[in-house]
Design a protein around this ligand. Structure first.
Ligand code: KIV
Length: 281
């Protein structure tokens, strides 16, 4: 096992890693214990993703997640004071109205939540908003390819950029986003060859999810990575543990221990002190 890097990670760390040819690691976290784990393990970037709408709240897309929820979950993660760079996702509608309102919302992630950067989905349609956030001193992580907040426009969670025209559009957006000043770009569910071409053409890092192995880094949704649920997972997820089975086993053992009187035992119970016992007589 590699030794975890104990340095505080910043937006600069990611660029330096790319320059050195070192891979960047990222996971989502939505709470304090997960953030502590990710930081302890040496993860470079924690994303408080709006994927929480699906994996925590049980919705079938991310569209219902609110600004208040993102601020709340970001603050739980920030409380762990992770060494990982802490990025908060901008939820649907929080950056679609106008640049002023979008900056206000991004500032909430930083001031109330404790985020060190924000992520937002989309290419050319979002350039004005991204520029406004950068002008407000908020580092921006861009997100191209399958942008889950566009699920209805895309007709489902489908791989993007398989055809030349769309691939070219994603590529041009990536080049323009680097020029705008974003510090990295998430590439989601696009062909590996397109992700490689983008990665090779940029000096800022790419972080892939379902975008193949040539990206500068990878991101996975934490509950998927540890097998917390046993529901459908896309083909790009590698499940590093089956904790669903462990949780289930633990709960079933707890039920039987309570039912047969094995829990709690004497050591797990508090007892009166002798003098108090007398006092109560
Ligand atoms: O919301 C999220 O977790 C994300 C990652 C999958 C990149 O956007």
């Amino acid at each position: 096992m590699p030794q975890p890097d104990l340095e505080k990670k910043t937006v600069l760390t990611l660029g330096q890693k790319k320059a050195r040819g070192e891979k960047i690691t990222a996971v989502t976290a939505y709470d304090y214990p997960t953030a502590r784990l990710a930081s302890l393990a040496g993860i470079d970037l924690i994303l408080v993703g709006d994927s929480l709408g699906m994996v925590l709240q049980g919705h079938n897309n991310t569209l219902k997640v609110t600004m208040d929820e993102m601020v709340y979950h970001t603050s739980l993660v920030a409380r762990a004071q992770p060494r990982s760079l802490l990025v908060s996702d901008m939820p649907y509608q929080s950056f679609h109205i106008n640049p002023e309102k979008s900056v206000e919302n991004a500032c909430r992630c930083v001031k109330e939540g404790g985020a060190e950067a924000v992520k937002l989905e989309g290419g050319r349609k979002r350039f004005k908003v991204i520029e406004a956030m950068l002008n407000a001193e908020i580092p921006v992580l861009a997100h191209l390819g399958l942008t889950p907040q566009s699920v209805h426009q895309l007709g489902g969670f489908k791989v993007q950029g398989k055809l030349h025209e769309k691939a070219r559009e994603i590529f041009q957006d990536a080049l323009a986003l680097e020029k705008l000043g974003v510090f990295a770009i998430v590439l989601e569910s696009i062909p590996q060859e397109l992700a490689q071409k983008i990665t090779d053409s940029l000096s800022i890092p790419t972080i892939g999810i379902g975008a193949g192995r040539f990206c500068d880094g990878q991101v996975l949704v934490f509950p998927d990575l540890v097998g917390f649920t046993n529901i459908y997972l896309p083909k790009f997820v590698r499940q590093y543990a089956d904790t669903h089975a462990l949780w289930l086993q633990a709960l079933q053992k707890y039920i039987s221990d309570v039912q047969n009187g094995d829990f709690p035992n004497e050591e797990e119970s508090y007892h009166l002190k002798r003098d108090i016992e007398e006092f109560l007589k």
